[in-house]
Design a binder for this molecule. Sequence first.
Ligand code: ARG
Length: 457
Amino acid sequence: MKLWTGRTEGKVNRLADDFNSSIRFDKRMYRQDIEGSISHAVMLGTKNIISEEEAEMIVAGLQGILADIENGVLEIDETAEDIHMFVETVLTERIGDIGKKLHTARSRNDQVALDMRMYLREETDTLIEKLRKLLGVLCDKAEREKATVLPGYTHLQRAQPVTFGHHLMAYAMMFLRDIDRLRDGRKRMNVSPIGSCALAGTTYETDRFGEGERLGFDAVCQNSMDGVSDRDFCVEFLAACSLIMTHLSRFSEEIILWASWEFKFVEIGDEFTTGSSIMPQKKNADMAELVRGKTGRVYGDLMGMLTVLKGLPLAYNKDMQEDKEGVFDTVDTVRMCLDVFTPMLAGITVRRDNMEKAAKGGFINATDLADYLVKKGLPFRSAYKISGETVRDCIAKGCALDELSLADYKKHSDLIEEDVYEAIALQTCVQKRKSFGGTSVESVERQIAFVKNAIIQ
Ligand code: ARG
């Protein structure tokens, strides 16, 4: 029977009832729901809205329900309307009419808002932990590859040599910002809506501050209508997750490219690849492809959430029940992606030889040749032109810049001496880029230290 029978007989059409019910998905918040109710019962008791004994009975009843769900004695009944109704029904079954007092000075509207904030707060912390692990792997790999040279690309054309450590640390900076974004969103998430009641607050003398504080909230929301209507914290969480996925997806795309026969820059560990059912030679980067592919559903969840909210009048509307599946799907997706991506990255073998080979072709030291001429006194534009002409000459001769003879160099500029070879050597190109944030070993070491320091805090 519906707990809200009264105004109607509560006899809902079976299809409508299924349509309306959310227990299939909101049951995952059973713990938060029960913890929230415990704090509520304590508040009701302390404020003498119910007696201390009644509060104690309710608390004990709720603790029993939590323990029983957790050890599998109590199964969540999926015919209940939602997790809030389920817990309250079981409580009343177990402790009798006193259980019916729990819902004093509260509504499901503030209750569900509370549960969502508590649930997402934990998930935010979990994601931060997973990102920290990923950053640990990135720092280790970057440390090992801080002097490995590969081509850096722009427009997917070989541009300038970089160290692989530098390339990896670029991703570390993205994931570090992701942690920062999650932490920032968590501040606004960690504000308690409980006590907003249906929308207008309550006539009882409640203690919203104590109730929220017991649940670990930093503050309580200032306006009860906002308290029950606000889902900004879901949008912010989904947006932060969308960016995490953007970063994972770009990284995946590069790993897929690098693992191809064309690049052969890395080899993915066998346990993170799959074979083909027909082509015996295949070793596919399915995990990276799936991470890239799953990015779409997280973006979709963000768009879905924004769209649910955009036309809603204040305060609570049932549309808001639609906040959950998208948020839960995003939580599951990002968790899974990080759980697979991190060990996959840790197990990647770097083919330094192929990276270096690729860096040697493609005239990626042409900028350094121009810089060499600038140091000999030419203005950069003139030096740029001479370097370009030299590259054209090399292409015609079918050789690399460091293979061109000094005599041929002299045809382009008599400022060029024997020391040009040293100046355009790949190691020199990389080592000389000591500018702050540049690709040199020193700079990569500084970046690693920066990230390590940021993640221990
Ligand atoms: N299952 C509902 C939700 O997820 C709980 C709140 C119901 N409130 C109400 N006034 N019907 O939003």
